[in-house]
Design a protein around this ligand. Structure first.
Ligand code: SF4
Length: 357
C-alpha cells in the first residue's frame, strides 16, 4: 500500500493543527503578510519566490529589500537596465534567474497591464516560472488552492508518511501526499506554514519532534526515525574543472568583460577567462601575448554541478596594438560596485591580497 493510500481521515487534522500553529508562530518575512493581515502584494511574492529558488531565506532578505526599494513594481523593474539588474543580483547566484526576472517584468508590463496573472496555468507561461513557483505564487499571492512542494515541504511530507522511496523517485508520491493534506481554503497560509515547519522545527538534522504540532500524525516522528527521511540516492561525486582567469591591469584599473548572454554567469561582468564551463576545462590560451605572472594560489568555487579551480594570470603590460574585445577598464577602488559574481570577486581578492596591485 502506498503512503497516499494510507492517508486517512486524520489528514484534515494536519491542516487544522498546522494553521493553528502558524497563526501564532508565522515567521515575519519582508515579503509576507502575517495571518489575518490580508493577501500580500503579488509583486513581492513573485520577487521573493524567484529569489528563493535554490537560495535560503537568510541570503534572500537583503536582496529582496534592495530590489523592492529600487524597483517597487513590475513597471519600474521592467524599465530597468539589464546591467543594473545583474549588478544588483551579484552574489545571489543562479544568474539565469535575474535575466528571467527582468524578462518576466517586461512581459507583465507589456502584456498584462502590470498585473501578475493569478492562475497556475497562466503563471507557467511566464519566463522563469516553473511548476513549483507557479503553485507557490498562486496560493500565497491569490489564495488559490495549489499543491506547493519545495525542499522543506518535501522533507516534512516524506517524514509524515515515512515514504520509503528514495528521492527523486519519491517526488510523485510526496506531491500526491501533499495534495491530500492541502486544504481547500487558506492554501497560501498552509503552504507557508509547511515551509516554516520545514525551515524550523522539522529541520534536516535534529528535528524538534517533541514540540511539533504534527507529531501525533507523523509516522517518522512517532518512530523516532525523523532524520532517516527523506531517503536519498547514493551521492555522485561532482566533476572537477580547471581554468584560468586573466587580470589585465593598467594603472589603477582592471579589464572587465560582459559574459555571453545564455552561458554560465551570462550577462554578468567578469574577468576574461579561458573558456572553462561545466563540461570542459579551460583551454589555457592567454588572450594575448604578454608577460603573464601566474599567482601561486588558485581560487576554488563550488557550482551546483561541478567544482572549479581557477588559476589567476596577471599582467600589467598590454601591447599597444592589442584589441581586448568587448569590455572596459574598471577602477580598482570601486570594483565592489561592478557586480562581479562571487567567483570573480574571489579572484579579485586574491590579486589584491598579493600586495602588488
Ligand atoms: S514530528 Fe518530527 S519529523 Fe514529524 S513533521 Fe514534526 S518535526 Fe518533522
Amino acid at each position: 500500500m502506498s503512503a497516499v493510500q494510507q492517508i486517512d481521515q486524520k489528514t484534515g487534522d494536519i491542516a487544522a493543527l498546522l494553521l493553528a500553529h502558524y497563526d501564532v508562530h508565522a515567521r515575519d518575512l519582508p515579503w509576507r503578510k502575517l495571518p489575518g493581515q490580508g493577501l500580500p502584494d503579488p509583486y513581492n511574492v513573485w520577487l521573493s519566490e524567484i529569489m528563493l529558488q535554490q537560495t535560503t531565506v537568510a541570503a534572500v532578505g537583503p536582496y529582496f529589500r534592495k530590489f523592492a526599494q529600487t524597483w517597487p513594481d513590475f513597471a519600474a523593474l521592467g524599465a530597468a537596465d539589464e546591467a543594473d539588474v545583474m549588478a544588483a543580483w551579484a552574489g545571489l547566484g543562479y544568474y539565469a534567474r535575474a535575466r528571467n526576472l527582468l524578462k518576466c517584468a517586461r512581459v507583465i508590463t507589456s502584456d498584462y497591464g502590470g498585473q501578475l496573472p493569478d492562475t497556475e496555468a497562466k503563471l507557467l507561461k511566464l519566463p522563469g516560472i516553473g511548476p513549483y513557483t507557479a503553485a507557490a505564487i498562486s496560493a500565497i499571492a491569490f489564495d488559490r488552492r495549489a499543491v506547493v512542494v519545495d525542499a522543506n515541504i518535501e522533507r516534512v511530507v516524506s517524514r509524515l508518511y515515512a515514504i520509503d522511496t528514495p528521492l527523486p523517485a519519491a517526488k510523485a508520491e510526496i506531491w500526491a501526499a501533499t495534495d491530500a493534506i492541502t486544504p481547500d481554503v487558506a492554501a497560501g497560509d498552509f503552504a507557508q506554514a509547511m515551509m516554516d515547519l520545514g525551515a524550523g522545527i522539522c529541520s534536516v538534522r535534529n528535528p524538534s519532534c517533541m514540540i511539533c504540532p504534527l507529531l501525533v500524525h507523523c509516522a517518522a516522528g512517532q518512530a523516532g526515525m525523523a532524520e532517516a527521511y527523506p531517503l536519498k540516492p547514493p551521492k555522485k561525486a561532482k566533476p572537477h574543472r580547471t581554468g584560468t582567469a586573466y587580470w589585465v591591469q593598467q594603472g589603477d584599473a582592471v579589464w572587465l568583460v560582459t559574459r555571453g548572454g545564455k552561458g554560465m554567469l551570462g550577462g554578468m561582468r567578469a574577468l576574461p577567462d579561458d573558456g572553462w564551463s561545466a563540461r570542459q576545462d579551460g583551454d589555457g590560451v592567454e588572450p594575448f601575448e604578454a608577460d603573464w605572472q601566474i599567482l601561486p594560489r588558485s581560487v576554488a568555487h563550488v557550482f551546483t554541478h561541478f567544482t572549479l579551480s581557477l588559476d589567476i594570470a596577471v599582467t600589467a603590460t598590454v601591447p599597444a596594438d592589442i584589441e581586448l574585445g568587448e569590455g572596459g577598464y574598471w577602477p580598482l577602488k570601486s570594483l565592489d560596485k561592478a557586480g562581479l559574481p562571487t567567483l570573480f570577486s574571489k579572484v579579485a581578492k586574491a590579486v589584491m591580497a598579493r600586495g602588488e596591485s
